[in-house]
Design a protein around this ligand. Structure first.
Ligand SMILES: NC(=O)CC[C@H](N)C(=O)O
Length: 661
């Protein structure tokens, strides 16, 4: 991916089903759960760059001792290893301290104690992150700010374990403002921070409600206070609490929550936009955003990892019972295609195949564009995420070339015109030439303070191979998607032009990105999309500025409609043009300025049917394509896109769903 939309959030959860002593005995460490969590997080470091967070809940802690912990680290994912080694150093420090105290005690009393690291009870008591429930989060903010305070998990502490709550998620709500308003109407004072804050407060409110009712019932029955918490905990219906909390949520989400008394829940949005996978055996229950993370870390086959169904919440009560139940109506499944095109780890068997097919789907357009001139065409890719699509693209090209050669041979045979020169031409010379032209050079990034900082990361990241392209060649490079086109223009195409080809064809395995995302990917400002800029340029060139004005009015009118009646008024911006016209304009816009190179840039995008042919699996869902088609799976999407246009037209910066009031 050449563009600076980077990743989205990642989740990891490990719930131990046995006491820490069990893992000490069977795996030689009471930190088994924490170690698994660290490995699951490391395997998902392709997600979330703004920072990481870890939470831990300890079951059955005696009164007076803490049980709910959270640590957040404002560092890049690249520094995750350092964070974990820092935590392990802390652990060793505690071990030295306790072992020292125990040596002294032995001197005084003569009583022998276990070394700390072999004493699960002491480990659980002394080391904050040793507990039965471990949760981890990698954040890439899509709502609110980017600082440490916005990192997950969010935590609400009370003197009641049954009312204390920790949440984290890979998600974005389109209607946090509405949620906040509902809270205010109730008399609450929500802080307009991030959508995570709104989620925490809403679930917190429902938890309070359920808790208070249970408490009063138990107290009024004459039960002694000290007995009450465990009865509240046993009777708390987490599924019901989630059903009430999520009633008006509009968005894409995989959200994890832990109640201080030890109930764990994981919920997924009704359209299954955000991914969520889990694995369970006798010893653990684990969740992750990526199926392959669970497969690799736990060394289990694909068929043992289950998908949490859309609109469902999985609950493991503190006593260990595990259920999944529907908390709202299931909507049409619309998993996010960007997960497949770019965000996820490409070693998942399904994702690997889908990426290859995305490349293959581009073959026809490319063969036409180079007019079958493979002799003078060098094929390459933008590292790293487009690599798999590139393999599929090459496979497809070779297949198509073999078919073309066979047809030409048959034709020659039929006409009796077979001669060596023609054979050479067909067989020896005209085969697709694959080269590695672009290289990723720098291990990117450290500290991101703002959106502007995010943009700067991508410059000077690439380098090229010299000497494998000539001025007679077409240079074809495949990328996974083109969002803003900034890197193409300012960096990549400039350096690719130094190989001095006749023409550069940039292929995008994703269709033109025309509309904002609002479900968890930080791709929300219309004015920043190169396809949108192209359409606006074309409108201006053709004296059609009135379309901009009319669309502004139409968007304002849409926003006045009830949510379910809203439509996407921004489609009018693209309506006058063919896809090819937009692509040609995009090519013009990304063509590097001030370079001695005289060649031409062309851009070829995946078509929307091509995307579905590559991603959709027979009997499975049709993948979400709202960023390309403008057809959103939830009403909140239409509000977002209309607002995004208004923001663009009125020259307001910022995310169009981020109105927290
Ligand atoms: N990418 C995400 O899932 C972000 C989660 C949440 N909306 C936040 O901004 O923190």
């Amino acid at each position: 991916m050449s563009d600076p939309i980077r990743h989205e959030c990642g989740l990891a959860v490990v719930r131990l089903k046995k006491s820490l002593a069990y893992y000490q005995e069977h795996y030689g460490t009471a930190l088994y759960g924490f170690n698994l969590l660290a490995a699951l997080m490391a395997k998902q470091r392709n997600r979330g760059q703004d920072g990481i967070g870890i939470g831990c809940c300890k079951l059955d802690m005696p009164a007076g001792t803490p049980y709910l912990f959270r640590e957040r680290f404002d560092v890049s994912v690249e520094q995750m290893g350092e964070v974990f080694s820092g935590i392990r150093k802390d652990y060793k420090r505690i071990a030295r301290k306790i072992d020292g105290q125990r040596r002294e005690e032995r001197h005084e009393t003569g009583v022998e104690h276990l070394p700390f690291e072999e004493d699960p009870e002491a480990i659980k008591r002394e080391f904050e992150l040793a507990g039965e429930i471990n949760i981890g989060h990698l954040r890439y903010g899509t709502s609110g700010g980017l600082g440490k305070a916005c990192l997950h998990p969010y935590l609400r502490r009370t003197t009641w374990p049954t009312r204390s709550l920790m949440v984290m998620g890979n998600f974005n709500l389109t209607n946090s403002g509405e949620l906040n308003r509902v809270m205010m109407q109730r008399g609450q004072h929500p802080v307009f921070g991030t959508d995570t804050q709104s989620v925490l407060e809403e679930i917190g409110f429902q938890l309070d409600e359920a808790h208070t009712q249970l408490y009063h019932e138990l107290r009024d029955s004459g039960m002694p206070g000290t007995e009450i918490p465990k009865h509240i905990s046993a009777r708390l219906d987490v599924g019901e609490m989630i059903r009430k909390s999520a009633q008006i949520w509009d968005g894409g989400y995989a959200i994890v929550g832990v109640i201080g008394s030890g109930d764990l829940f994981v919920m997924r949005d009704p359209n299954g936009i955000r991914p969520c996978w889990y694995y369970e055996n006798d010893e653990i229950l684990a969740f992750a955003s990526e199926r392959v993370a669970l497969m690799s870390v736990l060394e289990v086959p694909e068929e043992d990892v289950k998908e949490l169904p859309p609109a469902h919440v999985a609950v493991m009560k503190s006593c260990g019972t595990f259920t999944t139940e529907k908390f709202t109506e299931v909507s049409e499944p619309k998993p996010c295609s960007f997960e497949r095109i770019y965000f996820s780890r490409g070693n998942d068997s399904e994702i690997y195949k889908q990426r290859k097919r995305l490349g293959e789907q581009l073959v026809e357009q490319v063969v036409e564009a180079i007019d079958n001139d493979f002799e003078h065409t060098v094929l390459s890719f933008i590292p790293n995420t487009a690599e798999t699509a590139y393999f599929g693209f090459l496979d497809g090209l070779r297949k198509s070339r073999r078919v073309a050669v066979k047809e030409a041979l048959m034709e020659m045979l039929k006409k009796g015109e077979l001669d060596e020169a023609k054979l050479d031409d067909l067989v020896l010379r005209n085969w697709p030439r694959a080269e590695k032209i672009a290289h990723k050079d720098i291990k990117m990034r450290t500290f991101i303070a703002s959106d502007a900082g995010r943009d700067e990361l991508v410059s000077s990241v690439y380098d090229i191979t010299y000497g494998s392209v000539t001025e007679k060649d077409n240079l074809v490079v495949i990328d996974d998607s083109i969002v803003r086109g900034t890197t193409l223009k300012t960096s990549l195409l400039r350096i690719l032009a130094r190989t001095n080809p006749k023409r550069i064809l940039v292929l995008s395995t994703a269709p033109q990105i025309r509309y904002p995302d609002c479900y968890g990917i930080d791709m929300s400002e219309l004015g920043k999309f190169i396809a949108f800029q192209a359409a606006v340029e074309l409108l201006k060139e053709r004296n059609m500025r009135h379309v901009l004005r009319e669309t502004h009015e139409a968007c304002l009118a849409e926003l006045k409609k009830p949510r379910h009646e809203m439509r996407n008024a921004v489609k009018a911006i693209y309506a006058p043009f063919t896809d090819e016209e937009i692509s040609a304009k995009v090519a013009q816009l990304v063509s590097p300025a001030k370079t001695p190179w005289k060649g031409k840039v062309e851009v070829i995008f995946q078509t929307i049917p091509g995307l579905h042919a590559a991603l959709d699996i027979a009997g499975g869902p049709s993948f979400g394509d709202w960023y390309f088609s403008g057809d959103y799976p939830t009403p909140g999407g239409f509000g977002t896109v209309n607002r995004a246009f208004i923001n663009f037209y009125e020259k307001k910066e910022g995310r169009s769903y981020d109105t927290l009031l």
